[in-house]
Design a binder for this molecule. Structure first.
Ligand code: AP5
Ligand code: MG
Length: 212
């Protein structure tokens, strides 16, 4: 199963990818997570990427495409993978199509007003778990209930940067919706619902594709 999760910042790509990872035992490949790991490690690539990420801009293709290519070529991707945050521009979609074909692109749609709240209220743990101040009881949002780690806010989750990220999404990434629709790969999912309802729709979509 080779699937890309598509949608604006805060749509719930990372949240839904975790459910698919558990059901299908295939890896989630998030370009955002890969880049943040480079930033944390203080590599040259991370230092360069941070300048773009802090502004909410796309990191240059020569970095991101090379990183994806290397990740997809690893053994754990032989049964498939879930892309999260890639491709994000037509040039990236074309590069991907030269490496591997996708079975489906799941497009999670969410109203813009809800996206800003989802992003500014998000809290992260170093183990990869994601929380939200509105979904977790007050007082329980400081510590990760999976690993006990301290939660933090992503540096690009400020309201000002979120607006730039949404703008970049609309101008550079959203045109890919039609690109994949024309290829017959796009599956729309209404993301203005609970995490469980969305997940149930995605499970049905993937089961249908697998049965084809
Ligand atoms: P990236 O990390 O990919 O960020 P993004 O696309 O902006 O998406 P997010 O991770 O913010 O949102 P999400 O859809 O994963 O939502 P989540 O599940 O966390 O990219 C960051 C940066 O890296 C980019 O700006 C760019 O600079 C660079 N980059 C990455 N990929 C690149 C590429 N291909 N090319 C160039 N540059 C690249 O959910 C959000 C919150 O909402 C959470 O708190 C969650 O708990 C909550 N939530 C989730 N679902 C629901 C629900 N149904 N109801 C209520 N709350 C919900
Ligand atoms: Mg994410």
């Amino acid at each position: 199963m080779k699937v890309a999760l598509f949608g604006p910042p805060g749509a719930g790509k990372g949240t839904q990818a975790r459910y698919i990872v558990e059901s299908y035992k295939i890896p989630q490949i998030s370009t955002g997570d890969l880049l943040r790991a480079q930033v944390r490690e203080g590599t040259d690539l991370g230092k360069m990427a941070k300048e773009y990420m802090d502004k909410g801009a796309l990191v240059p293709n020569e970095v991101v495409i090379g990183m994806m290519k290397e990740r997809i070529s690893r053994d754990d991707c032989r049964k498939g993978f879930i892309l999260d945050g890639f491709p994000r521009a037509l040039s990236q979609a074309e590069a991907l199509s030269r490496i591997v074909g996708l079975d489906a692109v799941v497009n999670i749609t969410v109203d813009t007003s809800a996206l800003i709240r989802r992003i500014t209220g998000r809290r992260m743990c170093g183990c990869g778990a994601t929380y939200h101040v509105d979904l977790n009881p007050p007082g329980q949002i400081g510590i990760c209930d999976r690993c006990g780690g301290s939660l933090y806010q992503r540096e690009d989750d400020s309201e000002a940067t979120v607006k730039s990220r949404l703008e970049v999404y609309h101008t550079q990434t959203e045109p890919l919706v039609e690109y994949y629709r024309m290829k017959g790969l796009l599956k729309d999912v209404d993301g203005n619902r609970s995490i469980e309802e969305i997940s149930s729709d995605i499970v049905d979509i993937l089961a249908h594709i697998e049965g084809q």
